[in-house]
Design a protein around this ligand. Sequence first.
Ligand code: ZN
Length: 429
Amino acid sequence: MRYCIKGGEIVDPAGGFSGSGDLLIEDGKVTAVERELEVEDCQVYDASGKLVFPGLIDLHVHLREPGREDEETIAGGAKAAIKGGFTGIACMANTDPVADNAVVIEYIKKQAQAAGYAKVYPIGAITKGLQGRELAEMGAMAAAGAVGFSDDGKTVTNAAVFREALEYATQFGLPLFLHEEDPDLAGDGVMHEGYWSTVLGLPGIPSVAEEIMIARDILLAEYTGARVHFCHVSAAGSVRLIREAKFRGLLISAEVTPHHFSLSDAMVQSYDPVFRVSPPLRGERDLAALKEGLRDGAIDVIATDHAPHTLEEKHREFSLAPTGMIGLETALSVAWTELVLEKILTKQQLVEKMSVNPAAVLGISGGSLKTGAAADVIVFDPNLEWTVTPEQLVSKSKNSPFIGRKLMGGVDGVWVNGDLKLAHGNFVE
Ligand SMILES: [Zn+2]
């Protein structure tokens, strides 16, 4: 099938084309991008008044399969990704069984392929069983298609084990994705340690629990020459450490989530467990620093940390509820509303943070609409105004902190390898 996406504003910082134009898709690839195309025998997709982006790529998703298919499945998560404009997602290893061997990596790839929604890139565990003691089978997982390694959900606290992991991962040229929190400093904390934890009488997790691990791992990355990526950075001090390390020329990268730059610890006043997340929602000063980090390039990527939990699991008191929020279907609209409309990022920078840079971190093709690229393309309607409701979320779990929020901008069309998956907001079955 040939498609011609006509009359949209093409935003393609990696490919170089910007402004109003037409885009031709043939045989799964972008074959022409011009101010105006005259082509016959193709299905025209009217994008006038809308924006055309390379498909978004999410570095940080929990698909819960294998093990917790009651929360989410590979197919369900990959479908929710399409709804949110993500044509590629990387999934974390903390499933049951843990993705610490080639068999689980191959299983994930097979399920994703059968589902046929977003492309799924599995991330393997750093240590066996996420136990932080013995390295997982990195070589076998790399050969099976793992795009990187992470013990996400946990920090590799033993510096000697972590150093070994860095040296080993370097042999495969793959990055390590790091969840950074010192478990001793975090203690039994359930929210950010600050004004609100004091007022609410809940044990706090200090920002320094994150900063201290980021500082350690910057030093170890520098010492070993390995590539590290800092997941869901939440604290102002972390942004400063990463900015300084980049200034010294280190090959590190970092992500923030939409919930961390748009929601503060004041949300916990409601005691609603939907706002319990790891790392916790921080203070206003941190939110401002995350936005500044996105603006000046200290932070490279916006990733969701999409973490589905069932209603039953979340329906208990705040300090007993599991941590995590879903985010695939709201990320682009939240970023558009909070960053682009607030003039913190340009449209081009938004596409860099959500498509170009994540592709570079993973070392995969994508993030560009230039001729010859795989046709992973989305059409975004910046004028759509919508209020998030549980009913419209296709994710199996509905634990979104944005339910009830009014957002600007929505995903209108999505192509993966030239196949139309979402047309005018509806799935193409
Ligand atoms: Zn994490």
